[in-house]
Design a protein around this ligand. Structure first.
Ligand code: PRP
Length: 206
């Protein structure tokens, strides 16, 4: 089998992704406390690298990693030239516009200020809506922005809804559903087809 490199998002999504390889010949032994970022299976055919979620698509697009496991939110935001092979059916959440109850998402003749970790996704979402917007890019704790008057609304991922609830915000509009996806580099898909198919079968449970 061809050697394959798989990029995993550091954190819960990557850990869940790795669990899919348990009890297969691609399983790896790890010291959970280690800060190591590269691991190989016993036969050194598979290399797993742990990177920031937004970097998974970059590693795959550039071909440094053949495959990647990452959330659809990151794929939509990064808009990179990769194939999406599988919906892995975990890490379910959704994009939403959120704000204070009864707040309007449409404001004629006014600029809607939107705080988000996903500026490109926001731009795309509002492209054809005829609403003038100002995007305020934040790195996290986005729910704070309306509370502090930094923005009118937010666009963020919502999983359980408890962060919104605990900060007195509600969903004003549901946007795209999100889950973990298997992505592949376009060249790898052609030249390492058999190995990638094998992994796709394992992950897809087929
Ligand atoms: C994400 C997201 C929301 C929260 C949603 O943030 O940006 O804030 O989780 O989850 P919930 O609906 O289950 O409450 P994350 O935990 O990644 O932290 P961050 O705000 O620092 O990015």
């Amino acid at each position: 089998m061809d050697r394959i490199t798989i990029a995993l998002a550091k954190g819960r999504l990557g850990e869940q992704g790795l669990e899919l390889f348990e009890n297969t010949d691609m399983e790896i032994m790890r010291d959970e406390d280690s800060r190591k970022l590269v691991f190989q299976d016993a036969e050194e055919r598979i290399t797993y690298i742990f990177v920031k979620p937004s970097d998974v698509v970059t590693y795959v697009e550039k071909g440094v990693a053949d495959l990647g496991i990452v959330g659809k939110d990151v794929i939509l935001e990064e808009n990179k030239d990769v194939y999406e092979l599988l919906d892995l059916d975990f890490g379910h959440c959704r994009f939403a516009i959120a704000g204070f109850k009864d707040q309007k998402v449409y404001r004629k003749n006014e600029v809607l200020r939107i705080a988000s970790k996903y500026p490109r996704y926001v731009e795309q979402t509002f492209k054809d809506r005829g609403q003038r917007i100002e995007i305020i890019k934040l790195g996290g704790s986005v729910e704070l922005a309306p509370l502090m008057g930094l923005s009118d609304v937010i666009v963020d991922i919502v999983e359980t809804g408890s962060t919104l609830r605990d900060n007195g915000l509600v969903i004003l509009e549901e946007l795209d559903p999100i889950s973990a996806r298997l992505i592949v580099n376009k060249v790898s898909y052609r030249f390492k087809y058999a190995a990638i198919q094998k992994i796709q079968k394992i992950l897809g449970g087929i």
